[in-house]
Design a protein. Structure first.
Lengths: 155, 155
DNA sequence: TATTGTTATACTCTATAACTATA
DNA sequence: TATAGTTATAGAGTATAACAATA
């Protein structure tokens, strides 16, 4: 042990242990950083992967509806859709009935890429949760949704 | 229901429901947005509140040790410490033994403000988790720590 | 007048390289 | 040469105001 280390104070993490929000943040940061690497081979980020998934399962939806589903503001979705379109994974088509709006749909390649990316993501999630009982993982999701619902109710 | 709404497609959130990372993100976003309002009266943000808490419980520690405890990079801590110092909540004092280093300690006001902010934070967390059984909340924290530990092990 | 998608903008969080002063 | 703190910078994520086209 060096002189510097000897003079160092042992850290008390009590304040952080009691701070649920910070533990949520730490876990989310791990998840996000990992996922970034997992999705990079597909040219996707967390938000574009999420958007593509919703579009694949709900072809024809509008950007405004998608933004609401993803819980992000409309302006923040634009560049994500630009990226997905540039990658050839989705199409934006004018709605004939309401020419202000677009219908979003996946290309065939978009469906394929999402399938592959989803498999990689699920493998990643399984690895992160390896050793966690299934019912604990279910509890995690239930409590996360409870927290999210509290926020949604307020806004 | 307007014409626009009639022509809209019903969104399928299956892709998001299966995406644990996104549900983690949504919950964290709610937590963070709320906490921002809760801590604003004290002049604190999530990161400065966390840093102050560790300093209060571990007076004398160094910025580098604090950054490690908070799981952030050293450069990102600097402005937070600047803010806390400007608020009169902490002191930076040169370590006599190693003049490269600083010892961080809370002022009396820092201890008081952290106490008040911590009470507000705990009330906020209790409100968000109202209706969640204590053992489910404990499971949440256990799984979050499990996820975070997986990331910590890799880096 | 309201809505859809968009642009512009700003603020926060995070990450990295490189500088200074000390060791 | 290595380390502590710092500066500078860049990239995401998030939020709001305001615009053009359309309703």
């Amino acid at each position: 042990m060096s002189v510097a280390e000897q003079s160092e104070v042992r850290v008390s993490d009590g304040a952080l242990r009691r701070f649920i929000g910070y533990r949520l943040k730490l876990a989310f940061n791990v998840f996000r950083a990992d996922l970034c690497d997992v999705l990079a081979p597909y040219g996707l980020r967390m938000i574009s992967y999420s958007a593509l998934g919703v579009i694949v399962e709900t072809p024809g939806l509008r950007p405004s509806t998608l933004a609401e589903a993803l819980n992000i503001e409309r302006p923040n979705l634009v560049s994500t859709l630009d990226d997905l379109e540039a990658l050839g994974l989705i199409r934006r088509e004018r709605d004939a009935a309401d020419r202000r709006a677009y219908a979003l749909s996946p290309t065939r390649r978009g469906v394929e890429v999402f399938g592959a990316a989803a498999a990689a993501n699920e493998a990643h999630e399984a690895a992160l949760l390896a050793g966690v009982p299934a019912e604990d993982a279910a509890t995690l999701l239930r409590v996360l949704d409870h927290i999210q619902a509290k926020g949604a109710r307020r806004s």
